[in-house]
Design a protein. Structure first.
Lengths: 373, 153
C-alpha cells in the first residue's frame, strides 16, 4: 500500500495531553493543554497561575521602595532591569533627574544583565534541542557576570541594587577592572558559541522555518523583544524611548525578518555583541557624580498616572503606577513581556509537531514568574 | 502627531468623548462604554491615527467604577494615547471585547476578568486564567476581602 492509501484508511482521533506544569522544556511551572491529532498540534491552551503571587496587589500595600524588591521576583534573569523600570517610574513621578554617573552605571549593569540572561537562554536552548554541552559553556561564562554583581551588590539573582533616586551604594572598586576582563574574555568565547551551535546542521534543521511569526502578527499580539525583532518588528525600547544612557551610546538594533526560531536565535546572538559594544563605550568614562539624589524616607508620589517602559532581556516591560498622593500606590500594573509573548504561542503552533513546539518555546525564552507575576 | 491634532481627529469619531492631559504624560480619552468597540476600530483603521499596537491593557477599580485602560501606540506614526472605559455596574460589569481589533487583548482581557470580574462581550473564551475556576471573588478589586491570605497594614 502506498502512504496515501494508509493515510485514508487510518482513522485518527483528537485527544488532550498535558505539557507541564513540570515539563523540562517550560523551565518553570507552566501548563500547556495540548489538543493533538497524532503528533500534530491542533490547539495550545496555556493554563497559568502555578507561580502567581499577585505582585500587583502586594504593591498596593507597600511603599515605593519596597515595590522594587518585588520586581526581582518577576523576570529573575532581568532583575536589575526590572528594578530600573520601577525606579524610573517613581523618579518620573517625583520629577527627579538622576546624575550622569547613575545613568551610566545603570546602563552598564543593565547590559551585563542582558548578557547573563542571553547566555543562560543560549545554554538552555541547546539543551532543549538535545545538545547538553551548551549548558556548561554558557554557565561557565555567566558565573563571571554573577561574580561581578555579587561583588558590587551582594546578590546573584535578586539584586535590588537600584533604588528610587539612584543606587543603593557606589560600585565596588574592582567593578570596572573585572567588567573589562569579562568583556575581553567573552569576546573570545562568543565565537565559540557560534562554532558549537549556530552552524550545526541538526540545530539549523530543528529551528529554520519552525515557529513562523509574521511582523503583522507580532504587532497585533503585542510580542516584543527578540521574538518581535526576529520578525522584523523594530520594538527595541532602548531605541524607541531611550532611558538612562542609551541615547548617548551607539548601537545597532538587532533586526531579522525571517520570523522563525532561527531568526530569534540570531537576534539574541547579535544582541550579545551589541551589549558588549555598549559596555565598551561606557566603561572607561563613568562620570563622577552623586550616586543617589536625596528622597524623603517616605516617598509620596503626586496624584496622577505614571508610565515607564524599559527593554528587558525578554522585551518590553511597562510599569503603570496610579497614585492618589499617598505613600502607597493606588494601582500598579506590570506589562510583562513574557505574558504577551506567550499569547502568540497558540497562533503559531497550530499544525506543527510537538517537537517543533519545544524548539519554538526555547526560542521564545519564557521565564514563568514573569508571565504569572 | 501632536496631542491637539490627535484630539481633533478623535473627537470627530464619536460623541461624548472626554479628553484630559492632567496628571499624565499622554492624551487620555475616556470613551462611553457603548461606543468602545466602534471608536477603537476607527482608532486602528483611520490612516491618520493608525493605532496598531496596544502595548498595555490594565484593569482598574476606581472605587465607584470598574474599567479598563488601554495604552495605544502607532508603530508607524510613533504617537501614543491612553483610552479609558468604565462601567458603574459592580454587580455585573460588562464591556465590549476589542480582541478582534488588537489580538493581544484576548489574553489581557482574561487577566482583567480574572482579577476584576469584568465580563467582555464577544470574547472567544472567557475563563479564569491565573486563579482556579472555583475561586470566590475578584482579588484586585478594592473591596475584596481575604482574611487568610491578605496582610493588611
Amino acid at each position: 500500500m502506498t502512504d496515501q492509501k494508509v493515510k485514508t484508511k487510518m482513522k485518527t482521533e483528537e485527544y488532550f495531553v498535558n505539557m507541564g506544569p513540570q515539563h523540562p522544556a517550560a523551565h518553570g511551572v507552566l501548563r500547556l493543554l495540548l489538543t493533538i491529532d497524532g503528533e500534530i498540534i491542533k490547539n495550545v491552551e496555556p493554563d497559568l497561575g502555578y507561580i502567581h503571587r499577585s505582585i500587583e496587589k502586594m504593591c498596593e500595600r507597600d511603599s515605593y521602595q519596597q515595590i522594587v524588591h518585588l520586581t526581582d521576583r518577576m523576570d529573575y534573569l532581568s532583575s536589575h532591569i526590572n528594578n530600573e523600570a520601577v525606579c524610573l517610574t517613581v523618579e518620573k513621578g517625583l520629577e527627579i533627574e538622576v546624575s550622569d554617573r547613575v545613568k551610566v552605571i545603570r546602563t552598564i549593569i543593565g547590559e551585563l544583565t542582558r548578557l547573563a540572561s542571553h547566555q543562560l537562554w543560549w545554554g538552555v536552548m541547546g539543551m532543549d534541542l538535545g545538545a547538553l554541552t551548551t549548558y556548561f559553556y554558557a554557565f561557565r561564562d555567566r558565573e563571571l557576570i554573577n561574580d561581578i554583581f555579587e561583588e558590587t551588590c551582594g546578590a546573584r539573582l535578586t539584586m535590588n541594587y537600584f533604588v528610587p533616586g539612584g543606587l543603593m551604594y557606589d560600585i565596588h572598586p574592582n567593578f570596572v577592572k573585572r567588567t573589562k576582563e569579562f568583556i575581553a574574555h567573552f569576546k573570545t568565547k562568543l565565537p565559540e558559541y557560534d562554532r558549537l551551535l549556530t552552524g550545526n546542521v541538526i540545530f539549523e534543521k530543528r529551528t529554520k522555518g519552525v515557529g513562523m511569526l509574521t511582523k503583522e502578527d507580532a504587532i497585533a499580539f503585542g510580542a516584543t523583544g527578540p521574538v518581535a525583532r526576529g520578525s522584523g518588528f523594530a520594538s527595541d525600547i532602548r531605541k524607541k524611548d531611550p532611558y538612562s544612557a542609551y541615547d548617548k551610546v551607539d548601537f545597532k538594533e538587532a533586526l531579522f525578518t525571517e520570523g522563525d526560531s532561527y531568526a530569534r536565535y540570531k537576534v539574541r546572538i547579535m544582541e550579545m555583541w551589541e551589549s558588549m559594544s555598549i559596555i565598551d563605550q561606557l566603561i572607561d568614562n563613568i562620570p563622577e557624580g552623586n550616586i543617589k539624589e536625596p528622597t524623603k524616607a517616605v516617598i509620596k508620589l503626586p496624584k496622577g498616572e505614571f508610565y515607564q517602559r524599559v527593554e528587558t532581556a525578554r522585551g518590553e516591560l511597562g510599569v503603570y503606577i496610579n497614585s492618589t498622593g499617598t505613600k502607597n500606590p493606588y494601582r500598579v500594573k506590570f506589562r510583562s513581556p513574557g505574558f504577551s509573548n506567550l499569547s502568540v504561542l497558540n497562533h503559531i503552533s497550530k499544525g506543527v509537531k510537538i517537537a517543533d513546539l519545544v524548539a519554538t518555546m526555547a526560542s521564545f525564552d519564557f521565564v514563568i514568574p514573569d508571565i504569572d507575576r | 502627531m501632536k496631542n491637539e491634532d490627535l484630539q481633533n481627529i478623535i473627537n470627530g469619531l464619536a460623541e461624548n468623548l472626554a479628553f484630559s492631559e492632567e496628571g499624565s504624560e499622554f492624551l487620555n480619552v475616556t470613551i462611553p462604554k457603548e461606543a468602545l468597540h466602534n471608536v477603537c476600530s476607527q482608532l486602528k483603521s483611520n490612516s491618520d491615527l493608525d493605532f496598531d499596537y496596544a502595548y498595555c491593557i490594565t484593569g482598574m477599580d476606581w472605587g465607584e467604577e470598574l474599567g479598563v485602560i488601554y495604552h495605544l501606540e502607532s508603530t508607524k506614526l510613533k504617537h501614543k494615547i491612553v483610552v479609558k472605559v468604565m462601567t458603574d455596574d459592580r454587580e455585573n460589569p460588562t464591556l465590549d471585547s476589542v480582541w478582534d481589533i488588537w489580538r493581544t487583548a484576548e489574553f489581557h482581557e482574561l487577566e482583567v476578568y480574572d482579577f476584576f470580574g469584568v465580563k467582555f462581550n464577544n470574547h472567544p473564551g472567557l475563563r479564569r486564567l491565573f486563579l482556579t475556576p472555583d475561586w470566590d471573588g475578584w482579588p484586585l478589586r478594592k473591596d475584596y476581602v481575604d482574611e487568610a491570605n491578605m496582610i493588611v497594614k
